[in-house]
Design a protein around this ligand. Structure first.
Ligand code: UD1
Length: 417
């Protein structure tokens, strides 16, 4: 098993280009299934989750060509409606293919996603929404057997929670459903807007994406289109956290600064100065970070749960006590035990984590147990004295393209063994 060796406590410098958003690329790849022609997706990151999505599309019968950051998907040869269990297990978010498969094929067979590193991964909101749109779903022996006897139709769907994946599934199915769909309490994440922009470029009629109420007027069919994936705001947050933790002035390039607004107050409270210039953002950290009173994860435009772990790693070396409240996932503090090995001082009580900043972390062998928890270990390892050896790189490879290459170009001492 390969490991990442980080010799930390070095200043980083320079500029890092932020790759396309994983959480946009996956639903866009799923959405291409409902298109009537080729889809050209640009700025797609090279990540194992994107590989998994490619394998799902190929399994379904689509033709997929990848070259650099471009993915060309031709959905016309789609002939299957199932996702094998191993692919569902490899990527829990495979569930975002459900709406697309039923819309294209009129049926779908998927295994139940089950739990994951972040705790239980219920899909009740996805299923009840699709049921309202005419999908008949039988759940047995861990499988979801879905059929659409009378075709998809529009519906008024009020989500009990603004689930990102459920909003995506509904949007994708609704664009080619009969009649109008209204989603109340829809997720407002930038990735939802990216998906709506893509679908509208294909001829869909979606309005209100990015707001709490989204309306979709179903059309008979949509075409393919060319689309550039938005930058990955969580990757950007991770590099900014690494800069802050190591006291380094750094620039993240190719970002949409507006998408980073939910995390900016945390950096500013910790004493960092952030300067925006077009699609670049520069961070100038203080000589010692200050504590942040409270970081509460919330649906967008609140502070993103995906940035919680890397920012916690950064605040492990701040002066004073920072408090985190995780409101999105039940079990999202798995990185805490590993940060303790690096000398952090953190106590967890349920959804709350209390981080008492220490002056210096010290390198140790640690294990990534999930994607963003792994990113937290990288941030901490870059700040720590001595060598940090990080295992479980399969998690990091799900979400960070060329991580060690980027860090090396910024002056970090990182090797993958
Ligand atoms: C997406 C992101 C993930 C991010 C999360 C929250 C992708 C591929 N993944 O995940 O990186 O951390 O949004 O911003 O885009 N829930 C239910 N029932 C459901 C669906 C969700 O109870 O049917 C709950 C979940 O358990 C969780 C919360 O809602 O507690 C948020 O989940 P959701 O917004 O659906 O996240 P994902 O779309 O899975």
């Amino acid at each position: 098993m390969s490991k990442l060796l980080i010799r930390g406590a070095r200043e980083l410098r320079g500029e890092v280009r932020i790759h396309g958003a994983k959480n946009s690329t996956l639903p866009l790849m799923a959405a291409s299934l409902v298109c009537g022609g080729k889809c050209y997706l640009h700025n797609c990151p090279s990540l194992s989750d994107v590989d998994t999505s490619e394998r799902i599309l190929r399994h379904l019968g689509c033709s997929v060509q990848r070259s650099g950051g471009e993915i060309v998907i031709d959905p016309l040869s789609t002939e299957r409606c199932d996702i094998p269990d191993d692919l569902m297990r490899e990527m829990r978010s495979s569930i975002i293919f459900l709406g697309a498969i039923v819309a294209r094929m009129g049926k779908a067979v998927l295994s139940y996603p089950g739990g994951c590193e972040l705790g239980p991964r219920p899909i009740d909101l996805h299923l009840s929404a699709l049921r309202r749109m005419g999908v008949v779903i039988r759940e047995d022996h861990g499988q979801l057997n879905c059929v659409v006897p009378d075709g998809l139709h529009g519906a008024v769907i009020s989500l009990a929670f603004p689930s990102v994946g459920a909003t995506e599934n509904i949007l994708i199915a609704a664009v080619v459903a009969r009649g109008t769909t209204v989603i109340n309490n829809a997720a407002r994440e930038p990735e939802i807007c990216d998906l709506a922009d893509f679908l509208n470029s294909c001829g869909a009629k979606i309005s209100g994406a990015g707001e709490s109420t989204v309306t979709v007027e179903g059309v008979a069919s949509i075409s393919g289109c060319e689309h550039r994936v938005i930058p990955d705001r969580i990757a950007a947050a991770t590099y900014l956290a690494a800069a802050a933790a190591t006291g380094s002035a750094l620039t993240v390039a190719d970002v949409v600064p507006r998408h980073l607004e939910p995390i900016i107050p945390v950096f500013e409270e910790s004493g960092c100065i952030l300067r925006t210039d077009g699609d670049k953002m520069q961070i100038l950290p203080p000589s010692r970070l200050r504590r942040v009173k409270s970081v509460r994860t919330m649906p967008y435009p609140g502070f993103p749960t995906d940035a919680q772990a890397p920012i916690m790693a950064m605040l492990c070396v701040a002066d004073g006590t920072s408090i985190f409240v995780e409101n999105i996932f039940e079990s999202r503090y798995k990185h805490v035990g590993e940060l303790l090995r690096l000398g952090a001082n953190i106590k967890v009580e349920g959804r709350v984590a209390i981080v008492d900043g220490v002056e210096q972390l010290s390198g140790a062998p640690v294990e990534a147990t999930d994607l963003r928890g792994g990113a937290a270990l990288v941030v901490a390892g870059l700040a720590a004295s001595g060598v940090t050896e990080i295992g479980g790189l399969n998690h990091l490879d799900r979400g960070y393209e060329n991580l060690e290459g980027n860090l090396i170009s910024l002056g970090a001492d990182v090797t993958r063994t």
